[in-house]
Design a protein around this ligand. Structure first.
Ligand SMILES: Cc1ncc(COP(=O)(O)O)c(C=O)c1O
Length: 363
C-alpha cells in the first residue's frame, strides 16, 4: 500500500452544481471558470465533466492549450488576456477568446494582429475594484482603437468583476452595477455589446448582475461564495473530498508536548493520532488547534503544529480509533469552509493548494 493521501473528485456533483448555476441564472450563458487546474480539481477532467457549459475561463495560455489538446471545443476565455505579443499567434491558432484589460494589450493587438485574424474580445471595465480594467473615461477611445484594428476584432463582450459580492450588505456591488450599466448605455450608441458581470457570488446573491454571460468559479466546486451561508443553503454539493488515514497512535502522559515546537501539551494522559497529510500535501500550515477533521466520519480536532507530511489529532473522544482508520480532512462530510476558517484563510486557497503527490480518484 502506498502513502494514503488522496482527493476524491465527484464529477456528478460538479455537473449538479453547474445545474444550480443554470437554475439561478436561466437566461445567461455560462463561462465555467476552471483556471488554476479547476481550483485544484483537475482542469481536463473538470472540462470534460462540464461539457454542458457554453465556455470555459482560464488564466493562462498553457491552460487553454491543454484544454484544446484534450479535445475541448467550447469557447475558452483567457481571463487575463495575453502577457506578451508572442501569445497572439497561439490565441489565433487555438481559437481563444481574449480579455483585454490594459493599454499594453491594445498595443500588442495593434502591432501584432494580421488583418485576417478573427478574435472575440472581452473588454474589461474597472468599476471600482481597482485591480484590472479600463476606466469609464478611457473606454470609448479603446473601443474605437479596437474597431480600427480589424472589422472582426471588435469587442463583442463588455465585462467587469465584482469585488465584494460575497457580502450581501456591502454597498460597493450596487455602485459597481450602476457604473457598469451606465457605461453600457453610453457605449450602446457606439455599438451593440453583450455583457458579463457575475462571478459565483453575483449569481447566487445579486440577480441584477445576471447579464448575457455569468462566470461561476467556486460554486461549481460545491463551495459557498456568500459569507455566512453554507453550500447546503444553495443546494451545492462538495466536489473534492480530501482523505488520508491514521498511520500511528501515540499513548502520551499529561505534560507531554507534541510535534515541532511542542506547541500543544497534553492536559492529561491521552492518545494522539498521527495522520499522513501535511502542508506538503496542501493542508494549511496555519491551521489552529481545534481545526476539525473526521475520523471514521466522526468529528475530531487537530492538535499541535502541522508538519510537511503529518498532522496530529486529539483521540480522547475516539477510544476505538486505530491505525488504518480513514480520515477526511475536508469534503462531503466536512465543509472545506470550516477548515479554512480555522486556518484564517478561504476555501479557494485550500482546494487550489492540493499538491501533486496527492492521488486523485474520480468518483
Ligand atoms: C474574471 C473572473 N471571473 C470569474 C471568476 C470566478 O469567481 P468565483 O470563483 O468567485 O466564482 C474569477 C475568479 O477569480 C475571475 O477572475
Amino acid at each position: 500500500m502506498s502513502r494514503p493521501a488522496w482527493a476524491e473528485i465527484d464529477l456528478a456533483a460538479l455537473r449538479h452544481n453547474l445545474n444550480i448555476v443554470r437554475r439561478a441564472a436561466p437566461s445567461s450563458h455560462i463561462v465555467a471558470v476552471i483556471k488554476a487546474n479547476a481550483y485544484g480539481h483537475g482542469i481536463v477532467r473538470a472540462a470534460k465533466a462540464l461539457s454542458d457549459t457554453d465556455a470555459f475561463g482560464v488564466a493562462s495560455i498553457d491552460e487553454a492549450v491543454q484544454l484544446r489538446e484534450a479535445g475541448i471545443s467550447q469557447r475558452i476565455v483567457l481571463l487575463e488576456g495575453v502577457f506578451g505579443p508572442d501569445e497572439l499567434e497561439l490565441v489565433a491558432k487555438y481559437n481563444l477568446d481574449l480579455v483585454v484589460h490594459n493599454l499594453a494589450q491594445v498595443e500588442m493587438l495593434e502591432q501584432g494582429l494580421a488583418s485576417n485574424n478573427t478574435m472575440s474580445i472581452w473588454l474589461k471595465l474597472d468599476t471600482c475594484m481597482h485591480r484590472l480594467g479600463f476606466s469609464v473615461d478611457m473606454l470609448p477611445g479603446i473601443v474605437e482603437r479596437l474597431q480600427k484594428i480589424s472589422n472582426t476584432t471588435t469587442p463583442a463582450i463588455l465585462m467587469t468583476h465584482l469585488a465584494n459580492a460575497d457580502d450581501l450588505q456591502d454597498k460597493l456591488t450596487a455602485i459597481q452595477l450602476e457604473c457598469f450599466n451606465a457605461t453600457v448605455k453610453k457605449l450602446g450608441q457606439q455599438q451593440k455589446l453583450e455583457t458579463s458581470i457575475a462571478n459565483s457570488a453575483g449569481i447566487l446573491g445579486w440577480p441584477a448582475s445576471h447579464t448575457d454571460w455569468v462566470r461561476p468559479g467556486i460554486m461549481l466546486y460545491g463551495i459557498s461564495p456568500i459569507s455566512g451561508k453554507t453550500a447546503k443553503d444553495f443546494d451545492l454539493q462538495a466536489v473534492m473530498s480530501v482523505k488520508s488515514k491514521l498511520i500511528d497512535i501515540q499513548t502520551l502522559k499529561k505534560g507531554d508536548a507534541i510535534g515541532y515546537g511542542g506547541t500543544w501539551v497534553c492536559p492529561e494522559d491521552m492518545r494522539v493520532g498521527v495522520v499522513a497529510f501535511g502542508y506538503g500535501d496542501g493542508y494549511p500550515r496555519h491551521a489552529k488547534n481545534g481545526t476539525p477533521l473526521l475520523i471514521n466520519n466522526k468529528r475530531a480536532s487537530l492538535i499541535g503544529r502541522v508538519s510537511m507530511d503529518m498532522i496530529t489529532v486529539d483521540l480522547r473522544d475516539h477510544p476505538d480509533a486505530k491505525a488504518g482508520d480513514e480520515v477526511e480532512l475536508w469534503g462531503k462530510s466536512l465543509a472545506v469552509e470550516d477548515v479554512a476558517r480555522s486556518a484564517d484563510t478561504i476555501a479557494y486557497e485550500l482546494v487550489c493548494g492540493i499538491t501533486q503527490r496527492v492521488k486523485y480518484i474520480e468518483i
